[in-house]
Design a binder for this molecule. Structure first.
Ligand code: SAH
Ligand code: SF4
Ligand code: F3S
Length: 438
C-alpha cells in the first residue's frame, strides 16, 4: 500500500542531505513524498538546535502537529536530527503525540522504527551515538533534472568551539571513504549533475586518519570525474585550511572561485575564548593567499556577535575585518548559549540590546558590501549554470555563476536542463544579478 510522507527540514545542508537519504529509505518502504501535511500519513521533522531560536522553532512545529495527528487514525509523527539527538527524552515527555524520535546516528534504523509504529503502535526514542555510518550507503533522493547537488564527505565535529553544540549532537568526526564519495559523484554525473557541493563541518580535516587521503587529494580525484564541471565545499575551518588546498584554487579550474570561511569574530581575545585556534592576522593571511591564487575569488563568512566578554572594542575588530575582506555575503548571528557547551558557563554575554545593535551594524555594512560586489559585475560576461526557469519571467532563466552569484537572464532559448550559458550582466539588485544571454 502506498503511503505519503511530508518531510520538513530545519537547519543546515547536512540536514538537507540527510532528508534526501531519509526520503530514499522511505521510498523503499513505498512512502511517496507529498508537498502538504494534509495529504501525508507520516510527517517527519528533521530538526536543528544550533541556536535557541532554532530549537524553539522546532518545538512549536511539533506542538502544531497535535491537531493534525488527532484528525485521523493511523497518522504518524517522527522527529529526527540534531534537536532529537539533544533532547530525545524531553521530546518524548513534552510531546506524547510524537511516535518516533531518532538521533543523528540512527537514520539507517528508521524503517524498523516506522514498522513498529505502524503495526504495533510502538513509540520509539532512539538516540544512541552508535557511530553508525550505514546511512552513507543510501544514495540521497535527487530530484529529476537537478544540475547541482550536495554530497556528504564526513560527519561529526571534534573542534568543540566554545559556543557550539554540533560536536555533542553530531558526534565524533569520521571521514567517508574516498572511493564511496567518488562513486556517488560519478553516478550523479551520469544523471546530468554538473556541480557538487562537498559537505562537512570542517572539510579541511578530512582524511586525517591512517589509510585515508587528505582533502586536497580528494579534490583532485573529484576534479578528474568527467561531466563534473564545478566543485564547491563547505565548511572550511580557517585553522585547518592548508597550503595545498589553497594552491588548488590556482590550479584546478573546476574549483569554483568562492569560499565560505567563517571567522566568527575579529578580536583575537574573543577568538581565543571561542577556542577557534587562529588569530585575525592568520585568518587574513589565508584570505590574501587565496586571492593570490585566484584574484576573483568571492568570500563569505559567519559572524557571532555578543559572545561572552565581547566589548565594543572587540566588536570594532569584527567591523575592521569586514572592511578589510569586503565579503560578498555573510551570515551573522547573535550569540545563543547552548546547554552543555563551554561558553554556557561564561559570564558577560552582551545584553540583548547591545547584541541587537551590533548585529544591525553588521547587517547594514554587509548590505553595502554585497551591493558593491554585485555592482562590480555589471558589464561583465559570466558563465551561468542554468538551474531552473526564472520565477520572475517565463522567458528568463535562473542560475549561478562560479562565484555563487544568483543570475536571472533573458535566454536565447528557454529549454532548461544542464547547460552553461554566457550572460552579459546589465543590472545588479540587492541579492542577485540580471542580464541577457550573449
Ligand atoms: N562547522 C561550521 C558551521 C557550524 S554552525 C563552522 O565551523 O563554521 C553555523 C554557524 O552557526 C557557525 O559558523 C556560527 O557562526 C553559528 N553558531 C554556532 N553556534 C552558535 C551559537 N551558540 N550562537 C550563535 N551562533 C552560533
Ligand atoms: Fe561547531 Fe566549531 Fe565544529 Fe563548526 S568547527 S561545527 S563551529 S564546533
Ligand atoms: Fe543545525 Fe545540526 Fe546543522 S544543529 S546547523 S542541523 S548540524
Amino acid at each position: 500500500m502506498v503511503r505519503h510522507v511530508f518531510i520538513e527540514t530545519f537547519g543546515c545542508q547536512m540536514n538537507e542531505v540527510d532528508s534526501g537519504r531519509i526520503l530514499a529509505l522511505l521510498g523503499d518502504m513505498a512512502y511517496v513524498p507529498v508537498p502538504t501535511r494534509d495529504e501525508a500519513d507520516l510527517i517527519l521533522l528533521n530538526t536543528c538546535s544550533i541556536r535557541e531560536k532554532a530549537s524553539h522553532k522546532v518545538y512549536s512545529a511539533i506542538g502544531a502537529l497535535r491537531g493534525w495527528k488527532r484528525h485521523s487514525k493511523g497518522r504518524l509523527i517522527a522527529v529526527g536530527g540534531c534537536l532529537a539527538q539533544e533532547a530525545g527524552e524531553e521530546i518524548r515527555r513534552r510531546a506524547p503525540h510524537v511516535d518516533i524520535v531518532f538521533g543523528t546516528h540512527n537514520i539507517a534504523s528508521l524503517p524498523e522504527m516506522i514498522r513498529n509504529a505502524e503495526v504495533r503502535r510502538k513509540r520509539t526514542v532512539s538516540v544512541e551515538m552508535t557511530g553508525d555510518t550505514r546511512h552513507w550507503d543510501i544514495l540521497p533522493y535527487v530530484p529529476e533534472g537537478a544540475v547541482a547537488t550536495m554530497v556528504t564527505i564526513m560527519q561529526g565535529c571534534e573542534n568543540f568551539c566554545a559556543y557550539c553544540i554540533v560536536p555533542y549532537v553530531r558526534g565524533p568526526e569520521v571521514s567517508r571513504p574516498a572511493g564511496q564519495i567518488v562513486a556517488e559523484i560519478q553516478g550523479l554525473s551520469e544523471r546530468g549533475v554538473h556541480e557538487v557541493l562537498l559537505l562537512g563541518q570542517n572539510v579541511n580535516s578530512y582524511g586525517k586518519k591512517e589509510g585515508e587521503i587528505p582533502f586536497h587529494q580528494l579534490l583532485r580525484r573529484i576534479s578528474g570525474i568527467d561531466g563534473i564541471d564545478r566543485i564547491r565545499f563547505i565548511t572550511s575551518h580557517p585553522r585547518d585550511l592548508d597550503r595545498p588546498t589553497i594552491e588548488l584554487f590556482g590550479e584546478l579550474e573546476k574549483l569554483c572561485p568562492h569560499i565560505h570561511l567563517p571567522i566568527q569574530a575579529g578580536s583575537d581575545r574573543i577568538l581565543d575564548a571561542m577556542g577557534r585556534g587562529y588569530t585575525r592576522k592568520a585568518y587574513l593571511a589565508k584570505v590574501d593567499a587565496l586571492r593570490e591564487q585566484r584574484p576573483e575569488i568571492a568570500f563569505s563568512t559567519d559572524f557571532i556577535v555578543g559572545f561572552p566578554g565581547e566589548t565594543e572594542d572587540d566588536f570594532r575588530r569584527t567591523i575592521e575585518v569586514m572592511e578589510t575582506v569586503r565579503y560578498d555575503y555573510c551570515f551573522s548571528f547573535k550569540y545563543s548559549p547552548r546547554a552543555g557547551t563551554a561558553a554556557a558557563l561564561l559570564d558577560g554575554a552582551a545584553s540583548m540590546a547591545e547584541a541587537d545593535e551590533r548585529l544591525q551594524r553588521v547587517l547594514v555594512l554587509q548590505d553595502i558590501h554585497t551591493a558593491q560586489r554585485l555592482e562590480a559585475m555589471i558589464g561583465k560576461t559570466v558563465e551561468v549554470l542554468v538551474e531552473k526557469p526564472s520565477s520572475r519571467d517565463a522567458s528568463h532563466l535562473f542560475g549561478r555563476t562560479g562565484c555563487y552569484k544568483a543570475v536571472n537572464f533573458s535566454a536565447k532559448e528557454v529549454g532548461v536542463g544542464a547547460q552553461f550559458r554566457q550572460v552579459l550582466v546589465d543590472k545588479a539588485g540587492a541579492h542577485s544579478l540580471s542580464g541577457k544571454e550573449v
